[in-house]
Design a protein around this ligand. Structure first.
Ligand code: FAD
Length: 307
């Protein structure tokens, strides 16, 4: 219930203005965001890679409403790719992009988003790294998977994200479980209607397990993105049964969440990738993180009242 309210708030401009302007918001935001500037993101990436972790970097932004804004998102990613190349970070750091930041929701959005993301994928390849297309709400899935298919014709290592909350996802997992396919499996961070998605958290978890089985027994490269200890343990067991070695799948977690567990998995020899968001447009991302864990909201509210 509280989660639904927060997810609705994540798309409200008036609540965005209030939350963004409150001075006490900052310390809570800093837990989840590596900084507002590229140099801060690079410092965070270096600190994580020095600890044996890998990284996927997100320049924050989504739901752009004009072409100029979409071009600015593209340019921010081109600057990021350059910084990764210059810093020799391409081997350990890839990029995650949201196509709605590249113009996907504009009229003719599929073509605009593809035209904007293609140079980013090219720049990533030049920097020795890859791009994963984040998945947004269910209305974007067909478009995102179609753009993914086009990108993979030239850049087969471009990754996708599939959300176990959606009924369609087991089929999508089967379709994307082939050779060379990189799939990040998540539970799903958006408020979705019952017509397309499981509403019960246990159903989402059960679907996650089914999807994990499909991906682990397939020929692709599963990216297990969850903080849930049960999913992390099950992934290891399924990988073992499928004869996969540690480098043949990976774990992913978000910056600021379960850091000790991230380091523990890396120290055990697993490939552990941290999703590192940076930039000024942190509101939607931040609210989705609050929605996932009511305790975070209580921490946030307490900091509002104790100042
Ligand atoms: P949950 O059952 O939600 O949580 C399990 C445990 O993890 C909790 O009990 C708690 O201990 C801890 N935890 C979870 N969330 C938090 C939090 N916010 N703060 C503190 N502790 C927490 N979703 C999309 O829809 N599209 C994407 O492209 C996408 N990309 C992602 C990339 C990565 C690398 C990760 C890790 C997640 C991504 N997500 C994405 C979010 C995902 O869908 C979930 O909303 C989120 O990961 C919470 O689900 P969970 O699997 O961690 O399990």
């Amino acid at each position: 219930m509280l989660g639904s309210v927060l997810l609705a708030a994540s798309r409200s401009d008036s609540i965005r203005r209030v939350v963004s302007a409150a001075p006490v918001t900052r310390p809570v935001v800093d837990r989840y965001i590596a900084g507002e500037r590229l140099d801060q993101a690079v410092a965070a990436i270096r600190s994580l890679t020095d600890q044996g972790l890998e990284v996927t970097v997100d320049h924050l932004g989504e739901d752009v409403t004009d072409r100029a804004e979409a071009l600015r998102a593209r340019d921010a990613y081109l600057a990021l790719a350059e910084a990764l190349a210059e810093g020799g970070l391409g081997e350990r750091a890839e990029m995650s992009v949201k196509l709605s930041a590249f113009g996907q929701a504009l009229p003719g959005g599929d073509d605009i988003a593809y035209a904007n993301v293609l140079p980013v994928v090219e720049a990533a390849a030049e920097a020795g790294t890859t791009v994963t297309l984040d998945m947004e709400d269910h209305t974007t899935v067909d478009s995102t998977l179609a753009i993914l298919a086009k990108l993979r014709e030239r850049f087969p290592a471009t990754g996708a994200v599939l959300q176990s909350c959606l009924y369609r996802t087991e089929d999508d997992c089967r379709a994307l479980a082939g050779e060379g396919s990189r799939v990040r499996l998540v539970k799903g961070a958006y408020k979705e209607p019952a017509s397309v998605a499981h509403q019960d958290k246990h159903e989402v978890d059960r679907a996650y397990v089914r999807c994990l089985r499909i991906l682990m027994s397939g020929k692709g490269y599963p990216m297990v993105a969850s903080h849930d200890p049960r999913m992390v343990a099950l992934a290891q067991e399924l990988a073992r049964r499928a004869g996969r070695k540690p480098g043949e799948y990976e774990f992913q977690m978000l910056y600021g969440i379960r850091g000790a567990e991230q380091r523990r998995l890396a120290a055990e020899g697993h490939r552990m990738r941290v999703y590192v968001p940076y930039g000024t447009d942190w509101y939607g991302y931040f609210m989705r993180r609050l929605a996932e864990r009511p305790a975070n909201l209580l921490f946030f509210l307490r900091s509002l009242t104790t100042r």
